[in-house]
Design a protein around this ligand. Structure first.
Ligand SMILES: C[C@H](O)[C@H](O)[C@H]1CNC2=NC(N)=NC(=O)C2=N1
Length: 230
C-alpha cells in the first residue's frame, strides 16, 4: 500500500516529527514546490517513503530514496492525495502485513505434531537451514548421529538456570516434544533439540525453539550494563 502522505504541522508522534525535520532539512536545498503548496505556510506536501522503500508513483531519484521523500506531484496535491494515502483526514488506513510475513512469524504459533509414524522424515540440511533462519540465536549442528539445533544462555545463578529449565519444560510438555537440557558451570545453559524418533531434525524442533525464544527471561539474566553513546 503506498503511504503517500502529508507531513506537516499536524505531526504528533516523535517519529513523524523526526522524519519531518529530516525530510525538510534535506528538502530545503531543493526547489520549493512553487504554486501547488497548500495555503498554510508551514504545511509542506511531501511524499514519504513507504514500508517497501518506494516513493509512490514516479519513484524518486536516488537522493530522494536516501532522504526518504520527494516533493508531491501537482496531481497528488490537487487530488488531496486521493483516498489511498496516509494522512487523508476522512480515510482510515489499516496497515496489513504482507501475507508472506505469516511464514516468517508463524513458527512460534504452530503446534508440534506427534513425531512417531513412518511418514515423519528428517529434514535435509538445507531445509533445516531455512527454518533455522526463523529461530534467532539457534545454531545448526551436524553430529555423527545427525543434525541438531542448539542455543546458549547465561543466567544470574544456578537457581535462575533451573527456573529457566522449568519454563522450557512447561512448553515441552504442552507440545509433547522435548529438548535436551545442559547446565554447566552453575549458570551456563545449553538447550539442544532434535527429534529422537528420526535421529535428526523435523519442523517440531524449530517450533519448540521458536516457542522457547518467546520465554521472557528478563528476570533470570544478569542486567545489561547501560552503555551511553556520546
Ligand atoms: C510419545 C511421545 O510423543 C514421543 O515419545 C515424543 C516425546 N518427545 C519427543 N521429543 C523429541 N525431541 N523427540 C522425540 O522423538 C519425541 N518423542
Amino acid at each position: 500500500m503506498s503511504s503517500i502522505g502529508r507531513v506537516g504541522r499536524t505531526c504528533t508522534t516523535a517519529f513523524t516529527r523526526a522524519a519531518y525535520s529530516r525530510i525538510c532539512a534535506a528538502a530545503t536545498g531543493r526547489r520549493a514546490l512553487a504554486g501547488s503548496l497548500r495555503n498554510t505556510s508551514c504545511r509542506r506536501n511531501l511524499v514519504v517513503m513507504n514500508s517497501e522503500g518506494n516513493l509512490g508513483q514516479g519513484g524518486g531519484s536516488l537522493q530522494e530514496k536516501i532522504e526518504g521523500a520527494r516533493d508531491a506531484f501537482a496531481g497528488e496535491v490537487e487530488t488531496n492525495f486521493a483516498e489511498n494515502t496516509l494522512g487523508n483526514p476522512d480515510t482510515e488506513h489499516i496497515k496489513k502485513p504482507p501475507e508472506a510475513i505469516k511464514e516468517i512469524v508463524g513458527l512460534s504459533k504452530k503446534r508440534c505434531i506427534p513425531c512417531e509414524g513412518k511418514d515423519v522424515k528428517a529434514l535435509t540440511e538445507s531445509e533445516a537451514d531455512l527454518l533455522r533462519k526463523q529461530t534467532a540465536g539457534w545454531q545448526l549442528e551436524s553430529t555423527e548421529s545427525g543434525l541438531r539445533i542448539k542455543c546458549d544462555w547465561k543466567f544470574k545463578n544456578f537457581v535462575k538456570s533451573l527456573e529457566f529449565f522449568q519454563r522450557v519444560a512447561d512448553i515441552a510438555e504442552a507440545e509433547g516434544h522435548h529438548p535436551d537440557l545442559h547446565l554447566v558451570g552453575w549458570n551456563k545453559v545449553t538447550v539442544e533439540i532434535f527429534t529422537h524418533s528420526v535421529g535428526g531434525l523435523t519442523e517440531n524442533d524449530f517450533i519448540l525453539a521458536a516457542k522457547i525464544n518467546e520465554i521472557d527471561v528478563s528476570d533470570l539474566t544478569p542486567k545489561k550494563k547501560p552503555k551511553f553513546w556520546a
